[in-house]
Ligand binder design. Structure first.
Ligand code: UDX
Length: 448
């Protein structure tokens, strides 16, 4: 099929390359000529395992091209996917849908053949109905342009795998013909037996935000319990294992630690609260503000642990291992790791940051911190080491191997990746969040 993907950021570039892999003819469109130039040359402007190979392969086979011209895709494609961003509005919790609206308007003005526009971006419920109005006002009435919503559930770090082998495909449609078109686009997934949920626009829009709100809630739930285990001397990881074995609960997203970040979970829970308030249901999503509070408390507690281990932060040298919001990503948007590094710096510590992939993005955002090109350089003169993102490179450290690189004998395991007993018996002072290796503080009186 002839398919265009509008917006070639993280979501759009992945979707375009994966559609080409599925055998379709794909054109990626972006209004940023620099982005288009680099993608057309097979260069990915961000890090995602396996995606650069896919991009190169299909730029090579000719199944994947890039353009800045709406006229070109409007005359050519039978299906247009929307992968443009819906960032948080400045100073507000709500999502800014102006890029989606602009894309639909540009398509409406340039589509000259019957076609289907399929939204993939995460949008506030009700957006698709509004877009239908935009279409109606701007399209050529002699062509038939359909609209559908098909949310994307991919995770950074697993984007290719999640797109080619999704858990489910959800489509919001108002016409059986559009359902058939989408089943043809995703025929490979259908053959693999991937569940295909067909519903209305509103439910399709909501499934996506509900999934992210639920995942965020699950993480904050286990992190809230880790505040309790910490105080009573229990162990949050064993508690999570005991919980997760209940099939109704499941073991995933119960990893306690520094909490969630990234471009989706934090933004989406704020946008859902904002939309619920607009709809007169402020109370139904109010618990999400508690989910966010619990999440931010993790960062305060990590800084507090560091302070307690060093006596005071001023003048102390601290190595922050990790800046990305999670491993296998170079994304530092709303990153708990980078936030902790900045908080330590603001409290007077000298902070050396090392992340295997995210140094560049982190330095662009917070140029005041010191960035090192290797783990060895970051820890070389440290008084304290904090593991803030659970990269394999950090998880594979042992007390012995690390001791060869640094004078420090103090470590904070903010992602719960190590056995505290092992580090203690090797002579290290070890602290973690939510485990018996967490020093017990009177957090209530400290206001944390
Ligand atoms: C998320 C959703 O998983 C995905 O379906 C959606 O399409 C986009 O948002 P992503 O932001 O890539 O994906 O990351 P995810 O793997 O969900 O992790 C989110 C955050 O939660 C990370 O900061 C991670 O470190 C944290 N996390 C995850 C935990 O703290 N504990 C866990 O048990 C799991």
């Amino acid at each position: 099929m002839k398919i265009s993907v509008i917006g070639t950021g993280y979501l759009g570039a992945t979707h375009a390359a994966c559609l080409a892999e599925l055998g379709h003819d794909v054109v990626g469109l972006d209004t940023d000529p620099l982005k288009i130039e680099s993608l057309a040359a097979g260069e990915l402007p961000f890090f995602e395992p396996g995606l650069a190979e896919l991009l190169n392969r299909h730029v090579g086979t000719g199944r994947l091209r890039f353009t800045t011209s709406y006229e070109e895709v409007g005359a050519w494609a039978e299906v247009h996917f929307l992968g443009v961003g819906t960032p948080q509005r400045q100073g507000e919790g709500s999502a800014d849908t102006s890029f989606v609206e602009a894309a639909v308007r540009s398509l409406a003005e340039t589509i000259t053949r019957d076609a289907l526009i399929v939204g993939k971006s995460t949008v506030p419920v009700g957006t698709t109905q509004r877009l239908r109005e935009v279409l109606r006002r701007h399209q050529d009435p002699s062509v038939e342009i359909g609209l559908a919503w098909n949310p994307e559930f991919l995770r950074e770090g697993f984007a290719v795998q999640d797109t080619l082998h999704p858990d489910r495909i959800v489509v919001g449609v108002e016409d059986a013909a559009h359902e058939r078109t989408l089943k043809a686009v995703y025929s490979a997934a259908e053959e693999q037996g991937v569940p295909f949920i067909v519903t209305d626009f509103e439910t399709a829009e909501l499934v996506k935000v509900a999934a992210n709100a639920f995942l965020a809630t699950k993480i904050s739930f286990i992190n809230a319990l880790s505040e309790i285990t910490e105080t009573v001397g229990g162990d949050i990881q064993t508690l999570a294992a005991g919980l997760g074995l209940d099939e109704r609960i499941g073991p995933k997203f119960l990893r306690a630690g520094l909490g969630f970040g990234g471009g989706c979970l934090p933004k989406d829970i704020r946008a859902l609260q904002a939309r619920a308030s607009e709809l007169g249901h402020e109370r139904s999503m109010r618990f999400l503000s508690e989910v966010e509070d619990i999440n931010l408390r993790r960062r305060e507690r990590a800084v507090f642990l560091a302070t307690a281990m060093l006596g005071e932060l001023r003048g102390k040298k601290v190595a922050a291992l990790g800046a990305a919001f999670k491993p296998n990503s170079d994304d530092v948007r709303d990153s708990p790791a980078l936030d902790v590094a900045v908080r330590l710096f603001d409290a007077g510590a000298e902070v050396a940051v090392y992340d295997p992939k995210a140094n560049f993005n982190a330095a662009r955002r917070f140029p005041r911190l010191r960035y090192e090109e290797s783990l060895a350089a970051a820890v070389a003169d440290a008084d304290l080491i904090l593991v803030l993102t659970e990269w394999d490179e950090f998880k594979s450290m042992s007390p012995e191997s690390l001791a060869l690189l640094t004078p420090a004998r103090k470590i904070v395991d903010a992602r719960n990746v190590f056995s505290g007993d092992r580090w203690n018996s090797a002579g290290w002072e070890f602290a973690a969040l939510g485990r018996k290796h967490a020093p017990v503080f009177d957090y209530a009186s400290l206001g944390v």
